[in-house]
Design a protein around this ligand. Structure first.
Ligand code: APR
Length: 227
């Protein structure tokens, strides 16, 4: 089981949230990524996600995304990501569970189960954007102040993990940050991050203090030495 955050996409040129010059340094998070913010100014929120889609178009999966696909040759790899980019999918990962939504999708404002994929030449949305079913649509993003529908599925996956890998997350946003607590006792945990958050109190964590692309090479070496 692999839990990824913004850090795994950093080497693809996508800004993280809380590093220097990160997204939340340049945008007021509660205005562009919260339920209140969306109610107050939906136009601003649509514009914010339109900009992030334009940035995503310029990005490609990096060596870390690809290394996770490589691991599928010898392991059942399930990716649980906080990221809304589609780089894991574009790299070829077979199992990707998004906790915070997906940038390249929009959903009905009135029916959260009605979701459409955006096609490459219609990435811009506004509060007036309608789906094929006629509903007004919004970014398919889990805003702050909204529930995380996939968290139960994620907890179930982590509970069944033989190995738990955390890559590129500051471990500050719950419930995603709490997933690490659900691994069975004795499950090896690897945490790849050049500036790792404290994992004090969580037994058995091997911290690999490297960028994701280098850290994945170190992880692969550690895993294959054990086989
Ligand atoms: N390789 C690996 N990790 C990296 C790299 C890199 N090249 N560059 C930065 N990092 C690490 C940082 O050290 C940090 O620990 O990635 C992490 C990024 O942390 P955040 O910016 O907080 O991103 P994340 O943890 O994914 O944020 C969680 O917050 O705003 C919400 O919904 C948003 O999903 C997001 C959530």
């Amino acid at each position: 089981m692999v839990s990824t955050g913004a850090g795994i996409s950093a080497e693809s040129g996508i800004k993280t949230f809380r590093d220097a010059d990160g997204l939340w340094e340049n945008y007021p998070v509660m205005q562009v990524a919260s339920a209140d913010g969306f109610r107050r100014d939906p136009e601003l929120v649509h514009k914010f996600y339109n900009q992030r889609r334009r940035d995503l178009l310029k990005a490609v999966p990096n060596g870390a995304h690809k290394a996770l696909v490589e691991l599928e040759k010898d392991y059942d790899v399930y990716v649980i990501t906080q990221n809304v980019d589609d780089l894991h999918e574009r790299a070829g990962s077979s199992h990707v569970l998004h906790l915070h939504g997906e940038l390249m999708k929009i959903r009905s404002v009135s029916d959260p189960d009605y979701i459409e994929s955006l096609d490459i030449d219609h990435l811009e949305t506004t509060p007036a954007t309608r789906g094929r079913n006629g509903d007004l649509m919004r970014p398919h993003i889990v805003f702050f102040q909204e529930p995380v529908p996939n968290i139960e599925k994620a907890v179930d996956l982590v509970r069944r993990a033989d190995i738990f890998v955390v890559i590129g997350t500051s471990l500050v946003v719950y419930p995603a940050a709490g997933l690490i607590q659900y691994v069975r006792p004795g499950t090896p945990i690897y945490y790849i991050d050049p500036n790792p958050a404290s994992t004090a109190g969580i037994p058995g964590v091997h911290v690999i203090k490297e960028k994701a692309t280098d850290g994945m090479k170190t992880l692969a070496r550690m895993l294959y030495e054990k086989r």
